[in-house]
Design a protein around this ligand. Structure first.
Ligand SMILES: [Zn+2]
Length: 366
């Protein structure tokens, strides 16, 4: 936790919510209403709270009355609990490289005994990342620049070797969150895709994804089947953001595919990530790079397929990508040989069943 986080304050109003099971939109709830969570199996979404210190903001996600349903593994309550634990497990074992930039910082899970109020309460603390795109997409924030921001956050996640998984249903972008209150943002910044964007709720994510997409997540002007995009999830994101609708675009989808193929053929040593960085810089110079502020791209010559020089920007200035200095701001792909995930929710359920607590809060190891 940050050094000043000795007391996390949950403001009295506009701070406690649950996602309505019907439209999945956040709805404010009182402490009194919250305390019955877990007593029946009505599918009510997790209770979450906004907390703050003088310098940081946090999100609490709460599983209340845990001892009441921990043995009912088929219940909706248990499944909500299992998702929270899997998300924590995924963060603490897989996401070090991208926490705080593409995904929120996860500070851990704790267990407290609230006695008669709501029994054993398991909760996680993560960075507060703002408002869901599901909400913002109904507002003036639904600009093309912000749809591109959502798209490039998925691109960065895939480049880090993570496939989100579980993208389905009308609430698909519920877990894409934009920090509209981040310091220093002007109104124009908010409309122009400059706010920080995060992907949360990674309970169904998969590692070892080697993204072979051939097009950026930008308006393409026509439909491409997933086999042409060559990444099913990115193809899905393109459709859902409306980027495959028929429209006039300066670069056609087929021109983007052709450029990708030709560049890959001319420079066989370039990996797919480098080809995509070059493609975006060459064909779409007017839009933000996926790695805005982290990379600069220039080209040797000005023919149709010039070789891209990709430099990383760090505190010491620009640095060329060489075997000794790989593109280190870019995330590392996880090797295929990682052992399969143990079922963290089963382990935590067993520990929770055994836990005996005084009146203090204890950190809970996942
Ligand atoms: Zn992919």
């Amino acid at each position: 936790m940050p050094a000043d986080a000795t007391a996390l304050i949950v403001p009295r109003t506009r701070s406690l919510f649950f996602n309505n099971p019907f439209d999945k939109r956040p709805q404010e709830i009182t402490l009194d209403e919250a305390k019955t969570w877990g007593l029946d199996d009505d599918g009510m979404g997790l209770i979450f709270a906004r907390a703050k210190t003088t310098t940081s903001r946090f999100c609490f996600r709460l599983v209340l009355n845990a001892e009441k349903f921990i043995c009912h593994k088929k219940s909706k309550r248990f499944r909500a609990f299992a998702r929270l634990v899997k998300d924590a497990d995924f963060h603490c074992t897989r996401l070090d490289e991208i926490e705080g930039s593409i995904v929120p910082i996860h500070y851990g899970m704790w267990l407290m005994d609230t006695g008669d109020w709501a029994g054993k309460v398991l909760f996680s603390i993560t960075q507060w990342c703002g408002i869901s795109w599901n909400e913002l997409s109904h507002t003036r924030m639904n600009t093309e620049a912000n749809r591109i921001l959502v798209g490039r956050t998925f691109e960065a996640l895939h480049d880090s070797g993570v496939d989100y998984g579980g993208l389905s249903g009308f609430d698909i972008f519920r877990h894409v969150v934009i920090d509209i209150s981040a310091p220093g943002l002007t109104r124009d910044d908010l409309l122009n895709g400059k706010a920080p964007c995060y992907i949360t709720g990674l309970s169904e994510a998969h590692i070892s994804h080697q993204c072979m997409r051939r097009v950026p997540v930008l308006p393409l002007g026509s439909y491409l089947p997933a086999e042409e995009v060559r990444c099913e999830e990115i193809s899905h994101v393109l459709v859902l953001l409306g980027f495959m609708k028929r429209s006039d675009t300066r670069v056609s989808a087929s021109a983007a595919l052709k450029w990708h193929d030709k560049y890959s053929e001319l420079y066989p040593d370039a990996d797919n990530l480098e080809v995509l960085i070059a493609q975006r810089a060459r064909l779409y110079p007017e839009v933000s790079s996926v790695y805005d502020g982290q990379l600069t791209v220039s080209f040797e010559g000005d023919d149709e397929y010039p070789k891209a020089i990709i430099l990383t920007i760090d505190s010491g200035g620009e640095r060329e990508q060489t075997p000794d200095h790989p593109l280190d701001p870019l995330p590392v792909l996880y090797p295929d040989s990682l052992s399969p995930e143990p079922d963290a929710s089963e382990m935590v359920a067993a520990k929770l069943g055994r836990a005996t607590l005084g009146d203090s809060v204890v950190a809970f190891e996942v």
